[in-house]
Design a protein around this ligand. Sequence first.
Ligand code: COA
Length: 325
Amino acid sequence: MNAGITALGTYVPEQVVTNFDLEQRLDTTDEWVQTRTGIKQRHFAAEGEFCSTLAIRAVENLQARYGENVLNGVDMVIVATATPDAMFPATASLVQAHFGLKAGAFDLLAACPGWLYAVSVAQAYVKSGTCKKVLAIGAETLSRVINWEDRSTAVLFGDGAGAAIIEPVQEGYGFKSFVLGSDGTGADHLHMKAFADCLPSGAKLSNKLYMNGREVFKFAVRVMDTASLEAIEKAGLQTEDISLFVPHQANARIIESARERLKLPLERVVLTVQDYGNNSAASVPLALQRALDEGRVQDGDNLLFVAFGAGLAWAACVLTWGGKQ
Ligand code: COA
């Protein structure tokens, strides 16, 4: 049996924060942020909007696009997030309750590649017969964990959510390969506190996001390329067979470097970082939604997804779009 994505919905909060807005708050400039990252603006959740709120809005968007019945038969909800409402209950349980689903629910923590990890679990559940229809959501409220004392990270992140249905699809369609990796020796480069004061290395943890930008940049450039090539090979395809590259939207320079190494033409790359910044686990579904809305995805197209982040961890995947039964 093959499993694939049959529906997608997304949400970004109304409040837009431009680089010019950040100039009022930080010692930075629109020119610096755009040149180094490609980001022009990001969306921040309003007071009273939480990770669960964003996830629920993304699912409502899914219903608006595909009809109320799109949730019929969902028997598992997974929310990938690094910024949940609470350590427990799982944000996924709040989503499950909101829609009155007769389903299991859990959160998955794999930072920026989190949604691809959630999707990999979802398709394994479907293929094994453990579940029939899985709602895999990536949702983040990163604006709540920005360290405003650190201008090099404060300009990067935004809030948003994306929700996908994963279920059986026709022969020849669906997920072709997954590459999932982690190198925890890089834990010191990107972290945030939970219940310990420091990491095993002794690195002190803070309540706000900490990142060593240069180290993460080097790691990202390397892994975007190697994980992508591995996923293409595992799928039994060549780079030329990839119709659309849907990468994690952290930095336009990192995406451009991967595009060059993969020798993909510009028109085969989705770029949304200018509008959303880095939405962590919500970044890839938001980029995919943009491509779908722009009519850039046809049935039978091979899509390549790749993401990287805290862990340090990464995920890549090849999916043949379409084939809804
Ligand atoms: N505005 C203006 N100047 C800034 C600034 C800002 N927001 N942030 C840093 N600077 C300054 C620094 O102080 C430094 O000044 P100096 O040369 O006088 O010391 C200079 O810009 C260069 O800083 P540096 O940190 O070396 O910049 P960079 O080119 O490495 O860019 C990042 C910083 C964060 C944009 C870049 O490292 C990056 O994108 N890393 C990867 C991050 C990422 O993808 N994370 C995703 C995790 S999933």
